[in-house]
Design a binder for this molecule. Structure first.
Ligand code: ADP
Ligand code: TRP
Length: 322
């Protein structure tokens, strides 16, 4: 079984990205026969227009993933654009893609609904994503809920290509990451770069502490008992501690008579401790960018080998491999 997923370098990773996606990728590297993870810089190009920024975020994403425990001996880590086969396959798939299918895709639909103009890159985004998946004969694609529709599009395209040109692609399955890990932001809404409410994994701890102290809480009197499960501060704290500590905090909430300041402090301590080892690994990796580039080059070479094989199959089957 081959697992594959991609993550866009559109900013620094936040707690939502870690608990919602990255942590599962790292776990899967030990469970799957093969795991391919890539940094989707071609997709990011549909939103990031600053070349220095995009290059920096791409390298940062690689360093972050390695620091958080992605093991390049177990998983193949690479940058999307280092495998040009994917772009050629994207074209082959595009010729079999009904316009209506893409018009129904939410990234494009949402942008249009907000009255914004979309370019062809955003419109055809799901086809590139399908090429990403199909070009490695991927079996399983772990993604967040928001990407399930795109994996379905990928299955549709693979199915119709196979139907027209004979068996070519493996039909992949989406593996929806547990939604229980929907991480709230500092305003209580879903944590997202788009809402400017994030706490970043590798933020300066002092600055992060200040941000945590500013987390919006409800204004009920301190003495009143509170239900922990529906409180976003408690939900955040729960991500970082074990069952016993969680229970201890929940009991404190139910008893009442505590200040949110204490919880915030406990959260800042827990988060700092949780990422301490990764932070140290990150510092080390940052000091040896050449090593990181080597890991990415090695990953791309491995990925290209597989991609070339699948692309050739597709070329021959549709008649351009003459
Ligand atoms: P953002 O919303 O900040 O732009 P992305 O869409 O780039 O984040 O997220 C990449 C992946 O990280 C998503 O597919 C999703 O699985 C996960 N993710 C993002 N935000 C959260 C969150 N608040 N809670 C849980 N998972 C999240
Ligand atoms: N579109 C995905 C996201 O925004 C990233 C991505 C690109 C991806 N290609 C992929 C995810 C292939 C899984 C498989 O999160």
């Amino acid at each position: 079984m081959r697992v594959l997923s991609g993550i866009q370098p559109t900013g620094r990773f936040h707690w939502g990205n870690y608990f919602g996606a990255i942590r599962q990728y790292i776990r899967l590297q030990d469970q799957a026969d093969e795991a391919f993870y890539f940094i989707a810089n071609l997709h990011a190009l549909t939103t990031v227009r600053d070349r220095a920024q995009l290059a920096q975020w791409t390298l940062d994403a690689a360093i972050d993933l390695l620091a958080l425990g992605l093991n390049p001996e177990r998983a193949t880590l690479f940058v999307q654009s280092d495998v040009p086969e994917v772009s050629e396959l994207c074209w082959l798939l595009m010729t079999c893609t009904p316009m209506g299918l893409l018009e129904r895709c939410h990234a494009y639909k949402d942008k249009r609904a907000r009255g914004l103009t979309a370019d062809a890159g955003l419109f055809t985004y799901p086809v590139l994503m399908a090429a990403d998946i199909l070009v490695y004969d991927s079996d399983l694609v772990p993604v967040g809920e928001d990407q399930v529709q795109h994996v379905e599009v990928c299955r549709d395209l693979a199915g119709s290509f196979n139907h027209q040109f004979g068996e070519t692609f493996v039909l992949p399955k989406a593996n929806v990451l547990e939604t229980s890990a929907r991480v709230p932001g500092i305003d209580g809404g879903k944590m997202s770069k788009s809402y400017d409410n994030t706490l970043d994994v590798f933020e300066d701890p002092k600055q992060q502490r200040k941000k945590i102290m500013r987390i919006v809480t409800d204004s009920r009197p301190m003495e009143q008992p509170k239900e922990p499960q529906i409180d976003h501060l408690y939900q955040l704290y729960s991500l970082f501690v074990d069952e016993a500590k969680r229970e201890e905090m929940a009991a404190l909430y139910r008893r009442g008579g505590f200040g949110y300041g204490e919880v915030k402090k406990a959260l800042a301590d827990a988060a700092e401790q949780f990422f301490a080892e990764s932070r140290q690994r990150r510092r080390q990796l940052e000091s040896e960018p050449e090593r990181v580039r080597e890991i990415l080059a090695g990953g791309a070479a491995r990925a290209r080998k597989k991609a070339a094989e699948v692309l050739q199959r597709a070329r021959v089957n549709c008649g351009v491999g003459w």
